[in-house]
Design a binder for this molecule. Structure first.
Ligand code: NAP
Length: 454
């Protein structure tokens, strides 16, 4: 082809970096990538979602650093698409745009009381303890004895575990100091995790489940009766993955344990759906329906509420029932799925035909599922189609302007990769004397000042 392709990748989480890596690896055509990110910091959920007591998961950032060091890569932080630059402008300035913006909101339960003070999206707590600058003003009242976490995914386990960690367990992490102080001095004694279906259908992974059994300051409690399987779950278990089999073994081990008398308890419950969050001015309890499980005709089971109800008093609720995408101005969006309509990563217009030069990758493409590595295959698929389109001449011709000029005209202060490196160095220097990987800068002012090297 000869000419260098200029591609904008919007977002800087795993899918964005894997897309950038695959693009920069192309020799024909040669590609340069501008990664456009609304925060002054890259890495998306690797920095702001992965639990701080899971530093090994965060080491994937080293692979992202290597990608950032490749010729042709630029990071443009503190630039928001829809505010500082529009989709149409990006589409005109670049040969193609890849949206890898993740799922920035949360799914709702749709039950009464969901909006009461004290009812939080789990993702809000996660962003807060991870130092996301948009979430530091939140005040979680952790003074009550019982917290309820709704959902049986890995985020629910992260939240339950983080609330149960001791000061010794939190000390070597990059949890914000505010969050450490709040968790350590919290009045929470019991964290109840509610699954609407059974142990066989739980979405968590075995390592994350097993960790609950190793907490220094909490006993994990499971009622053996709740591990009794209905015939449909027995049948599902037969053909289930090793993860599901292993999860059940771990749960049976938990159920057989004698509590060690730790200060906190994490209680895992099944076949329990919240039907209302109760309280006058704030959360005071969750009303739960006990469920029966019925075959769903697709090899699994659905939860069917019985008349049996229970009111579980609690002071705070974390709804952990999945993330949800957010629409970008002028970019197609499917409200039903919370994703950008696409075919393998080629963004589709309203008439179902591919929109020339517009692509997506990661959670905004397939929904909020899978682990970090899942995004590699996903982003690679998108990039292969993009390169195929480029070779076939299916991209739109780009205009002659540059994003640098456009942002400069608008007075946007862009945090380039060097600016992020200054933030990174400042955070690491703050952490080093305390044996912590970093102490995060968690306000916009601090982040922008550090990016300027001040
Ligand atoms: P998730 O894995 O999709 O789990 C969502 C949970 O919410 C499921 O148990 C689901 O139950 C339940 N749920 C949905 N609607 C509900 C309702 N109306 N009432 C009660 N329960 C409801 O989502 P996630 O935990 O947010 O995690 C997102 C992704 O990130 C996952 O792929 C996860 O593995 C990944 N992640 C990985 C790690 C790690 O590897 N350490 C850490 C965090 C997150 P049903 O099955 O019945 O729908």
């Amino acid at each position: 082809m000869g000419e260098t392709l200029s591609i904008a990748v919007v977002g800087s989480g795993p899918a964005a970096f894997y897309a950038a890596g695959a693009l920069l690896a192309s020799e024909d055509p040669v590609v340069q990538v501008d990664m456009i990110e609304r925060l002054p910091t890259p890495w998306g959920l690797v920095r702001l979602g992965v639990a701080p007591d899971h530093p090994q998961l965060k080491t994937v950032s080293r692979a992202f650093e290597k990608i950032s060091a490749r010729p042709g890569f630029r990071f443009l932080g503190n630039v928001e698409v829809g505010r500082d630059v529009g989709h149409d402008e990006l589409a005109a300035l670049y040969d193609a745009v890849v949206y890898a913006v993740g799922s920035q909101s949360d799914r709702r339960l749709g039950i009464p009381g969901e909006e009461l003070p004290g009812s939080w999206a789990a993702t809000e707590l996660v962003a807060w303890y991870n130092g996301h600058p948009d979430f530091q003003h939140l005040v979680f009242d952790l003074s009550h004895e019982r917290a309820v976490v709704i959902g049986n995914g890995n985020v629910a386990l992260d939240v339950a575990r983080m609330l149960a960690l001791t000061s010794e367990e939190l000390a070597p992490t990059d949890t914000t100091d505010t969050a450490i102080a709040a968790i350590v001095s919290s009045g929470i004694r019991e964290i109840v995790v509610l699954g609407r279906r059974g142990p066989v259908q739980a979405a968590w992974t075995s390592t994350e489940l097993g960790e609950l059994g190793d907490l220094a300051g909490a006993d994990v409690v499971v009622d053996p009766d709740e591990l009794e399987l209905d015939p449909a779950s027995e049948a599902e278990l037969d053909g289930a993955s090793n993860v599901v089999q292993r999860n059940l073994e771990i749960l049976r081990d938990f159920a057989a344990r004698k509590p060690k008398g730790a200060p906190k308890v994490v209680r895992l419950r099944f076949r329990a759906s919240p039907v209302a969050i109760l309280g006058d001015d704030r959360v005071e309890a969750v009303e739960i329906a006990h469920n029966l499980l019925e075959p769903d005709g697709r090899g699994s089971v659905r939860a069917v509420p019985t008349e049996e109800r229970e009111v579980l008093p609690c002071g705070i609720v974390f709804r952990s029932v999945g993330y949800r995408g957010v629409a970008l101005p002028d970019v197609p969006y499917d409200e039903g799925t919370g994703t950008i309509p696409n075919d393998g990563g080629r963004v589709l217009a309203a008439d179902g035909t591919p929109l020339a030069g517009v692509y997506c990758a990661g959670w905004i493409k397939r929904g909020p599922t899978g682990v970090i590595g899942t995004n590699k295959k996903d982003a690679t698929e998108t990039v292969e189609l993009l390169l195929e389109d480029a070779r076939a001449g299916r991209l739109r011709a780009r205009s002659s302007g540059s994003i640098d000029d456009l942002l400069a005209e608008r007075g946007v202060y862009v945090v380039m990769y060097r600016g992020w490196e200054s933030i990174d160095a400042a955070e690491k220097a703050r952490g080093e004397p305390h044996g912590r990987p970093r102490v995060k800068l968690a306000t916009w002012d601090e982040l922008l000042a550090a990016s300027r090297g001040s």
